[in-house]
Design a protein around this ligand. Structure first.
Ligand SMILES: *Cc1c(COP(=O)(O)O)cnc(C)c1O
Length: 420
């Protein structure tokens, strides 16, 4: 009946598009034991109570803490297990004793991982292009429990070495940065961190596991905002952390102590999104490349920060290390004012105004990274000082030509507003 092998594990030699179709589809999670046939996707197993055949089995239930064992709703059921297993299978390097922990949002994944790895007195190093809630967490809960955070320039290994110390327990990376899009040298940073005994954590939301094989490039724990590409339809919130045997057990125990659980309905939506993620990413990557090239030629645009574009910070590292891209990138306007930038975004007809990305619909938001950076400069060193008003685009599944026409009319509105 099922053509993939019945341990549920996917052949690592297959192309990622094939793995996306097969991952996590264990026969025992899609069919009924002892009955022939199965459905394609695991059903939504709603449940708090899990029933045991007798007291001896209830007592024995405490003995096994792994996905695949009914115990209690907080430990999930086949819908969540299938999603976690699919994400592990997509991450070469997780190994057979590694695994994935699901969290109720991407931010919850970042917080859950950092709280599992760090203890009072430790130093956390964080890349200066990190997502703002990661910084807020460092300055809030982590500072409160006696963890010190130091920031470094993602593009400058010397700036990392300057803050590494014997108390460094973890390094949090985001590559590309989700606002300013720098791709950093993950293997080199990981080697430097490992030499000091630090754990390397990557927010891999931009590329996802099929675009950047994080664990194979030296990362210990790879975090995704499942909300973005995996969900893919702007209708669910979820996060994940995938790790090898060294960290997976600890992440899992911590998540359980904190009562972390995701709903089976959301897990089913995430599994549905996962199956088409390859197609969506291929489409949005191709559109983003085309739109980024077009923007680069517009007189109103000073700089396009798109990892797939030659000249963007870390483009060479993207070419070296990445197998794919996505639709998220930023462009910087040539001078102008904040009000003119806002007028541009308001004038767009096909781009929604709102947070998040990775859905089927295009979005545009203002970006002001200078406000949050502490260890490195913005604008980038090779940009003019008044080129500081940026727009981040999340390219969706609309026709790229239509999106370019929309941007063209909005840039004309900007030019008029910038002249005042
Ligand atoms: C959106 C995002 C997150 C947080 O995900 P939520 O599910 O919205 O909490 C984390 N990291 C990056 C890079 C993101 O873009």
């Amino acid at each position: 009946m099922t053509k993939h092998n019945d341990t549920g594990s996917v052949d690592a030699a297959l192309h990622s598009d094939s793995q996306l179709v097969l991952a996590g589809r264990r026969p025992e999670w899609t069919g009924i034991a002892g009955h022939p046939g199965a459905v394609v996707s695991p059903p939504v197993w709603r449940g708090s109570t899990h029933l045991y055949p007798d007291i001896a089995a209830l007592r024995a239930g405490h003995g096994t803490n792994a996905d695949g064992h009914f115990y209690y709703g907080r430990r999930g059921a086949p819908t969540q297990w299938a999603l976690a297993e699919a994400l592990t299978e997509l991450e070469p390097g997780a190994g057979k004793d590694g695994g994935t922990v699901l969290y109720p949002s991407g931010v919850a994944a970042i917080a859950g991982v950092l709280l599992a790895v760090l203890k009072p007195g430790d130093v956390l190093l964080m890349t200066d292009n990190a997502y703002e809630p990661s910084r807020t967490l460092a300055n809030g809960i982590l500072a409160d429990i006696g963890v010190e955070t130091r920031w470094f320039d993602p593009m400058d290994l010397d700036s990392l070495h300057a803050v590494l110390c014997d108390r460094t327990r973890a390094v949090l990376l985001e590559s590309p940065g989700s606002l300013t899009m720098e791709v950093c040298d993950v293997p080199a940073i990981a080697a430097a961190a490992h030499a000091r005994g630090a754990c390397v954590i990557l927010d891999n939301t931009w590329a996802g596991p099929t675009g950047f094989a994080a664990l194979s490039h030296g990362v210990d724990i790879s975090i995704l905002a499942v909300t973005k590409h995996v969900g893919g339809h702007s209708d669910l919130m979820m996060g994940s952390a995938t790790a090898g045997a060294e960290w997976y057990g600890r992440l899992r125990r911590h998540a359980q102590m904190l009562g972390t659980v995701v709903s089976p309905d959301d897990a089913a939506l995430a599994l549905r999104g996962l199956r088409t993620m390859g197609l969506r990413l291929a489409h949005t990557t191709a559109s983003a490349r085309r739109i980024a090239h077009w923007l680069q030629d517009q007189p109103q645009v000073a700089r396009v920060l798109c990892p797939m574009l030659p000249g963007s910070p870390g483009h060479d590292l993207w070419s070296r290390d990445f197998a794919g891209g996505c639709g998220l990138f930023t462009f910087v306007l040539r001078g102008g004012t904040g009000a003119a930038r806002d007028a541009l975004i308001d004038a767009l007809r096909l781009f929604g105004i709102g947070y998040s990305w990775g859905g089927f619909e295009s979005l545009a938001t203002p970006v002001d990274p200078a406000r949050i950076r502490t260890a490195s400069a913005w604008p980038l060193a090779d940009m003019a000082a008044d080129d500081r008003f940026a727009v981040r685009l999340a390219i969706g599944l609309e026709d790229a030509g239509d999106l370019i026409a929309d941007l063209a009319q909005a840039l004309a509105v900007w030019a008029q507003a910038a002249r005042g």
